[in-house]
Design a protein around this ligand. Structure first.
Ligand code: ZN
Length: 310
């Protein structure tokens, strides 16, 4: 079990409080290592160690102290690469176990049952990711391709939920631009997950306050995890929906991240990079009159509380 208040990084267990000093940021839904070029195009490749390290160092200068890489075998993420980035940048990195979504599942998923899939995930958390010497510390990103789960996706969700309950690890999902969130929650509850340890991902792509409120009312965390991913949503709409949530007093259950997986979003290619929450979101929140106390929760407190299991 991962202890409450601790995180299992690629370098072992760390007490979260030791990573925080001043305005510190934990990004809970990122990619530092991936190769999704076959599925999405040649820009979906993060394989250059020097480049990714330098981008993480830039983010660190904006306060980023911890990054959860939500990629798994479906993203072709390399655990050793994650550890190299952590070692070179000094930023804590958490690797993930689990399976992405239909079309990105490894061949074995079809034949295995829920129990076996769950056991494999737990083993990668309790020991190391298969074929590596790096432990996983999160179950992510577990997704649907469309609005409803395919039978295989439903099986993986049940397994991921069981693995969450057994390991105490945080679990982060992928939705198709926010749709299907209610079924994801139903499956996770059915599988025995603690929704207080779950982020329903990519909800900021959905311009729908009632869906956002629905996620939070379920007890899960709301992922506004594609900040500055402008192909899905403008940051102005993100801010408008955040303002609704703040007005309803729901700011304590929202986590902010960028889901950067394309080289073109890195600062080296003119993008905002991993520091986008600070450089792109905060100025918009400030111009909208959001009080500093609320900005602090969104940027510098909530993700730490989520990871700590609070
Ligand atoms: Zn995703």
């Amino acid at each position: 079990m991962i202890e409450r208040g601790w995180v299992r990084t690629v370098r072992g267990d760390v007490e979260l409080s030791t990573l925080r000093s001043g305005k510190s940021i934990a990004l809970v839904h990122e990619h530092l290592s991936c190769d999704l070029s076959l599925g999405f195009g040649p820009e979906y490749v993060l394989t250059d160690l020097g480049l990714v390290t330098s981008e993480v160092e830039i983010a660190a200068r904006h306060g980023v102290r911890l990054v959860v890489d939500v990629g798994n075998s479906g993203h072709l993420r390399e655990p050793a690469f994650l550890r190299d980035v952590a070692d070179a940048s000094g930023v804590a990195v958490v690797a993930s176990t689990g399976h992405y979504r239909e079309g990105f599942f490894p061949p074995g998923v079809e034949a295995k049952g829920v129990d076996e899939l769950a056991e494999e995930m737990v083993a990668e958390i309790e020991t190391v990711i298969a074929g590596t010497d790096v432990p996983a510390g999160a179950i992510a990103e577990i997704g649907f391709t469309g609005e409803a789960a395919t039978p295989l996706e439903a099986k993986v969700f049940l397994a991921a939920a069981r693995a969450q309950a057994e390991s105490g690890a945080p679990l982060l999902t992928h939705t198709a631009q926010g749709v299907g969130w209610a079924e994801q929650i139903d499956l996770l509850v059915k599988g025995g997950a603690d929704l207080g340890r779950v982020v329903i991902g990519h909800m900021d792509c959905l311009d729908d306050n009632s869906a956002h409120v629905g996620v939070i009312e379920s007890g899960a965390w709301l992922g506004f995890d594609r900040v500055n991913s402008l192909r899905y949503q403008s940051d102005d709409v993100r801010v408008a929906r955040l303002l609704d949530l703040l007005e309803a007093g729901l700011e304590d259950r929202i986590v902010i991240s960028t889901d950067t997986a394309m080289v073109t979003r890195l600062t080296a290619h003119g993008g905002a990079g991993y520091a986008a929450p600070v450089t792109e979101l905060v100025p918009r929140l400030e111009s909208a009159g959001v009080p500093a106390e609320s900005i602090d929760k969104l940027l510098y407190e909530n993700a730490w509380r989520f990871l700590a299991g609070e």
